[in-house]
Design a protein around this ligand. Structure first.
Ligand code: DC
Length: 220
């Protein structure tokens, strides 16, 4: 197990990914974007044409495809059977279907195993998702729970999408974020909740640098 584990959990658009990346680079640590794992399995299932509510087919997809996650130049590169799908897993179509994977206990168990195996490889790791502090790394040295106002989260997601050339209707995006919040917080297995020993950080009016400085202050 890694010697230093910092977990960052929180809802979509709260700033987890950017925070984890910048914090990891300041600490010279690895980072893990666990949402990318759920997204990769979703994409593999969509590409196979399988019914996304058929859990045994989805288990077969996880067991019989080669999912690879590695850090290169400060980015997490995601490959399925050797093909780079780093960009493709961010497609809004994938985003809207991840809940099929995220709500199934047997699929989550497989992904939790992958996440712990990834962490094993590093002395220091910043890992982000929905259940990192509650389920995957309950003994992490520092647990952060990021939050931000819904409208601010929608604005950030819209900007991200526009930069990638997708359409970005803020009202629709906010609605989608609120739907994902509902899926994330109401699922029976590993729902999105702060760990009892997590520190809540509201990022609504903080810059990325300010969020990271705040966390660095907590580490000290
Ligand atoms: O962080 P993200 O938006 O890329 O995550 C995509 C989806 O994956 C999110 O809606 C919920 C799910 N997820 C999860 O259930 N548990 C995690 N640890 C990470 C993501």
């Amino acid at each position: 197990m890694a010697k230093l584990i910092i977990t960052i959990d929180g809802p979509a658009g709260s700033g987890k990914s950017s925070t984890a990346k910048l914090l990891a680079s300041k600490l010279n640590a690895a980072f893990l974007d666990t949402g990318a794992m759920y997204r990769a399995v979703t994409l593999a299932a969509m590409n196979s044409g399988c019914d996304l509510s058929n859990v045994s087919k989805l288990e077969h997809i996880i067991d019989n495809n080669n999912f690879n996650f590695e850090i290169s130049h400060g980015m997490m590169i995601v490959k399925i059977n050797g093909s780079d799908v780093t960009e493709h897993i961010r497609n809004p179509d994938v985003t809207s279907k991840v809940h099929f994977i995220a709500s199934q206990p047997s699929l989550r168990a497989k992904l939790v195993k992958m996440q712990r195996a990834f962490a094993e490889k590093y002395d220091k790791i910043v890992t982000e998702g929905r259940d990192q502090g509650t389920v995957v790394f309950p003994d992490a040295q520092l647990k952060i729970f990021l939050i931000a106002d819904n409208s601010e989260r929608a604005k950030r997601r819209a900007l991200e999408l526009m930069q990638k050339g997708y359409d970005a209707d803020i009202t629709r995006i906010q609605q989608e974020i609120e739907n994902r919040d509902l899926h994330d917080t109401s699922r029976k297995v590993a729902p999105l909740v702060p760990a009892v020993d997590a520190v809540n950080v509201d990022t609504t009016s903080l810059s990325l640098e300010q969020v990271v400085q705040k966390i660095l202050g907590l580490i000290k």
